[in-house]
Design a protein around this ligand. Structure first.
Ligand code: GAR
Length: 212
């Protein structure tokens, strides 16, 4: 059994998708938010999941917040930290501490459109495809070794909201799947590279690993 801790900042639809996926061998140790009013916290509580809130505004510095956040997370002894719409920039010491055991979902086909407002920027750039990326977290914002990506078409009459909704559906599929692979030992980070064993997946055999 692997324990995961999920970090949110708001609505928490990815967190809900992960909870509802009821992933084999995964126990959700806690849902932690940096915003007391995050809607996702209420959902987690209703499901009987432990919650914690660390309001970043109460901390004098980013480092102080990071330190307290790490202490809170580590109190739940997670195997994997899952950033699910957690909208805080995390410092280098924090990301180093969770190297290979912290993942994020981002609503673009990275490395394009890191940061905020991804859908508006994709539309303005005239992209015909948009999508999302699940990746291991490194110190660089919205970078890090890519675990999975999914693409959707951009439609002529899309606005940022309609495109975001189409991409979000894909996030809800890809993210629980990546966590499931981590939980059954088929996903790991090795020498900064993603090792992903998809041997028993529908798509057929595939192993991506240095030296394999
Ligand atoms: C999701 O689209 C997620 O990809 C994005 O925030 C949204 C959170 O929605 N994350 C980022 O932009 C991280 N850089 P949710 O709270 O409903 O899961």
């Amino acid at each position: 059994m692997k324990t995961i801790v999920i970090l949110i900042s708001g609505r928490g639809s990815n967190m809900r998708a992960i909870v509802d996926a009821d992933i084999a061998n995964v126990r959700i140790g806690a849902v932690i938010s940096n915003r007391p009013d995050a809607a996702g916290l209420a959902f987690a509580r209703e499901r009987g999941i432990a919650t914690a809130c660390l309001d970043h505004r109460a901390f004098a510095s980013r480092d102080a917040f990071d330190r307290e956040l790490a202490a809170t997370i580590d109190g739940f002894a997670p195997d994997l930290v899952v950033l699910a719409g957690f909208m805080r920039i995390l410092g280098a010491a924090f990301t180093r501490h969770y190297q290979g055991r912290m993942i994020n979902v981002h609503p673009s086909l990275l490395p394009a459109f890191t940061g905020l407002d991804t859908h508006r920027r994709a539309l303005e750039a005239g992209c015909r495809l948009a999508g999302c990326t699940v990746h291991f977290v490194t110190a660089e914002l919205d970078h890090g070794p890519i675990i999975a990506q999914g693409a959707v078409p951009v439609l002529d009459d899309d606005d940022p909201e309609t495109l975001a909704a189409r991409v979000l559906e894909l996030e809800h599929i890809l993210y629980p799947r990546a966590i499931a692979r981590f939980a059954d030992g088929r996903l790991r980070l090795s020498d900064g590279k993603v090792c992903l064993d998809t041997a028993n997946d529908d798509a057929g055999a595939q192993l991506t690993c240095p030296g394999n």
